[in-house]
Design a protein. Structure first.
Length: 272
């Protein structure tokens, strides 16, 4: 039986572009992190509202968790595959899943405090309303670069893991493959509520047990027009939006699921 995951801190996906914080504790939270926008508006002290709502979230292009922001259309993004690289051997799905939720802030197309359901009562607007006009604009730089809608210079997302080879017909446990690309590590699988759940074990924690420090792969049934449910790589595979801890020392990236010292995040998936 899968051990219960470490309880996630309450939080929101989205990035404050003005605050710089230091995180020294072993398990930081979204409160006080770059994903906490509440210090930049006089209109709310809520932290979660910038990305989550208990009612009426946007699921127009992906099943994202109670999402309080308007999602951009998948076709608005230029994908990594347009580079025509000969080494890219994974099939793609439309930009979606948790990645399209992240991009609703990180593509810079709307102010970071535009939400569907304003804090308080009678503030629902499916087209989105800004919490505090002029206080928080679209994502910019520094310290966080606006990814924009051209994703050709970013790690591929909404892409089949390892060129395929694992799907929901596999038994729980380590995928036996063969993988489409042998230069990847085999993912682990379990079943929750009848649905397949995949992840990549990292060197942190217990092998074969899904933990907060593992790299989740996201179930998709729309890879390259297929209806087979299989694991894909998304923004949330490497990043935990609810853990604001900076890992790996000075100059490292925030919100990584584990430290990337020694390229640990990369080699958890890639055999190099």
């Amino acid at each position: 039986m899968m051990r219960a995951m470490v309880k996630k801190s309450i939080g929101a996906v989205g990035t404050a572009i003005f605050a710089i914080f230091a995180f020294n504790n072993a398990s930081a939270t979204v409160v006080g992190s770059f994903h906490d926008l509440s210090p930049f508006t006089a209109n709310t002290t809520a932290v979660c509202v910038f990305c989550h709502t208990p009612h009426g979230g946007d699921t127009s292009f992906a099943a994202v968790p109670l999402w309080n922001k308007v999602l951009n259309a998948p076709g608005a993004y230029t994908r990594y595959s347009s580079l025509l690289l000969p080494t890219l051997d994974g099939a793609e799905a439309p930009v979606g899943s948790v990645s399209i939720a992240c991009l609703s802030c990180h593509d810079g197309t709307q102010a970071m405090d535009v939400v569907i359901n304003l804090p308080g009562s009678y503030g629902y607007n499916a087209a989105g309303t800004q919490i505090d006009v002029g206080a928080i604009g679209p994502m910019g730089s520094p310290p966080v670069r606006n990814l924009g809608t051209d994703l050709t210079n970013d790690h591929p997302i909404s892409i089949q893991y390892a060129g395929g080879g694992c799907d929901d017909s596999d038994a729980d446990g380590t995928c036996v493959g063969p993988l489409g690309d042998p230069d990847f590590n085999f993912p682990e699988k379990t079943t929750i509520n009848g649905n397949p759940v995949w992840w990549i074990d990292t060197s942190v924690g217990v092998a074969g047990v899904r933990e907060k420090t593992d790299l989740p792969l996201y179930a998709r049934a729309d890879v390259a027009g297929s209806s087979v449910i299989e694991p894909t790589v998304e923004c949330g595979s490497c990043h935990d939006p609810h853990d604001g801890q900076t890992t790996g020392g000075p100059g490292s990236v925030q919100f990584l699921r584990i430290s990337n010292a020694g390229s640990e995040v990369c080699v958890s998936c890639h055999i190099k």
